[in-house]
Write a protein that binds this ligand. Sequence first.
Ligand code: SAH
Length: 359
Amino acid sequence: MSPEPHDLAELDPAELEALLQTSGSERFHARQIYRWIYRYGVTDFGRMTDLSRRLRARLEAEFVINTPRVVSDELSIDGTRKFALELGDGRRIESVFIPDTPSMTFCISTQVGCAMACGFCLTGKMGLVRNLTAGEIAGQVRVLAAATNLLEHSFNIVLMGMGEPLHNYEHTMKALRMLNSEHGFAMSPRRVTLSTVGIIPGLERLAHEALMPNLAVSLHATTDAQRTALVPPNKRYPLAAILEACRRFPLKKRSRITFEYVMLDAVNDAPEDARRLVKLLSGIKAKVNLIPLNPAPGIPYSRPSDARVDQFAQILADRYITVSVRKSRGRDIRAACGQLIVEGGSKKTAAQQMALLLR
Ligand code: SAH
């Protein structure tokens, strides 16, 4: 979907300034408008009381500020909240609020559906419907911050909702610029984590970004045969190439790349897998996040026992790799990793999805 040309929610601060200037207003109004939209959650021009009446009337006549609409808001017993949001074209996405981890965290989507087709992920079953626009990505943050009363507090963002952020590179990075604006959320990229299956051209671009989020790479397997079976893009971007890109990735002092590893019972959870993982990560400033599978109907895998997960974690820890086990939050409301799905996915076949991805 191409965004409406007059939707101010799609503009980064520089674009908003330029637009105001070409439409005969002062650039500095951009700051005020940004403040209203992001800091106060106000999208009704009539309420932007530090703008003149005339300007407010003009803005109202010429522009809109589109915001995803909350269609459901479910609360898990563990405090996690899952929001279903409806976009301008009626498509739906899900975004999740995870409190006290220890920070407040928003898990944000970057696409409607996903083309990656990972074998254990429900979103992957939907196929890719479309990319989200920058305004829709940043809009999720606005909506969740308002709904959780965090507009004036700090929070973290994980780009771990529906979609593959590096498969929607431009819009994702533009959304980060919008969220970074000092007149809006002023979000430091250090509070943002981008999780990817490892699309190498995207990783290489990311390595040169001024606003660089923390990086998480979804590894999930330690041989190419197994990884290709679980994470189809591995065919194009195999393990060695991804790890090589990670070795080259510029890291700030004390920061590390997170490697996510979904644990599937009797598939990738053996002690040999753990030992191979240690070898693969040598020379990389890494930490490992083990994610015991969140099972779902239609997903042909099961979750390993806690003892099995602990054994795997212990092998990594014994080799001095920092390892954590991700607690599944919100499983009772299907808000946990890999459980985000909405009706109306495309009917494309897996092969068509791959073709889209490899274009
Ligand atoms: N496309 C990005 C972001 C997606 S989701 C990526 O692949 O990294 C964030 C994490 O949840 C990924 O590591 C993903 O592999 C994992 N995940 C997907 N399905 C899961 C499931 N059923 N159980 C546990 N984790 C899952």
